[in-house]
Design a protein around this ligand. Structure first.
Ligand code: NAD
Length: 308
């Protein structure tokens, strides 16, 4: 098949692009390299640097494409509190531009990578796709708005759509920005340097951590699965893990006898979040293959930044 991946030089985009290329598909990648790194892509991936809102560029890149994966986005929840306008422009505006270009060219299918962050605080855990989202941040709002645009424009113009709400993905190659970096690579970096792991809050907040190759398998299944038009599907491990447990596991795996420091800062996010993955199991035949321990071990082995 012919694919276009937006955000292809990013953490999830590059893992997806490389796997599709390995499987013999034709893969085009678009990324503005605001955070992405093109060297993460195999040579077989045809990479173009550009903005996801650049419709003339999209018109060219979309020729003969069977399915688009839309991952280009600003992705840091905490950063989105400071720059909501930018999050809206890229995550919402970029999505609308892409959908318009797909309509113009007549592309048949798009898979949007959305986020478990759209759920916000939910009483019932694990969360299933039918609950009312309670987004807490401009990032979460922008992902939810993108979902509505994709499904609405898709229905108007006969473009098949699937929305994957990915929970906390981690693995080799995850971007580690100087500020607001994601939890697992931050802990791993600290631990291999023999440093202290800083946990915001008491560490009892829970998340659903999913290893990158499991996310890639779900994304690939979504390109061809039947009967998923307009569906919103959770992609997680289905396991609820406390931040404290993650920190302890990281220390154990790295052999670091360092400390975990709990700060009273009130930026720990929602108290619980875990995916109900029964719809993914039913619609995409999706079952995660990697436990957290296994995924952390693979990340340590495969990501040169975490060599002690
Ligand atoms: P990432 O930052 O590594 O990837 C995003 C990519 O988009 C980057 O390479 C960046 O350069 C590119 N980009 C940003 N703005 C762009 C623009 N205007 N035009 C073209 N490219 C642009 O992050 P990621 O973790 O790989 O996330 C990929 C997607 O998955 C995002 O849509 C994110 O919301 C979603 N997601 C990620 C997770 C996770 O845990 N990693 C969880 C849920 C959802």
């Amino acid at each position: 098949m012919n694919f276009l991946i937006t955000g292809a030089a990013g953490f999830l985009g590059s893992a997806l692009a490389n796997q599709l290329a390995r499987e013999g598909h034709q893969v085009r990648g678009l990324d503005d390299l605001s955070t992405g790194e093109p060297q993460a892509l195999m040579e077989d991936v045809h990479f173009t640097r550009g903005d996801v809102s650049d419709r003339p560029k999209l018109w060219t890149l979309l020729q003969d494409v069977d399915c688009v994966y839309h991952l280009a986005a600003r992705v840091l929840v905490a950063e989105s509190l400071l720059y909501p306008r930018e999050y809206n422009a890229v995550n919402v505006g970029g999505t609308v531009s892409l959908m318009e270009a797909m309509r113009d060219v007549g592309v048949g299918r798009v898979v949007l990578i959305s986020s478990g962050a759209v759920y916000g605080d939910q009483q019932e855990q694990p969360v299933n796709e039918s609950v009312h989202p309670q987004p807490h941040s401009p990032y979460a709002v922008s992902k939810l708005a993108a979902e509505y645009y994709v499904n609405t424009i898709g229905a108007l113009w006969g473009i098949g759509t699937a929305i994957l709400r990915v929970f906390n993905a981690y693995g080799p190659g995850q971007h580690l920005p100087p500020a607001h970096a994601p939890l697992i690579p931050t802990f791993l970096r600290q631990a291999v340097r023999g440093g202290t792991l800083v946990v915001h809050g008491d560490g009892r907040q829970t998340r659903d951590f999913i290893y990158v190759s499991d996310v890639v398998r779900a994304m690939i299944a979504a390109a061809t699965a039947p009967n998923i038009n307009q569906e919103v599907i959770n992609i997680g491990s289905g396991e609820e893990t406390t931040v404290r447990q993650v920190a302890e596991q990281v220390l154990q795996l790295t052999g670091n006898r360092g400390e975990i420091l709990y700060t009273p800062r009130n930026d720990a996010g929602v108290s619980r979040l875990c995916a109900d993955i029964s719809l993914a199991q039913k619609k995409l035949s999706f079952t995660p293959r990697h436990s957290l321990t296994d995924g952390l071990q693979l990340t340590l082995e495969r990501d040169p930044r975490f060599k002690s």
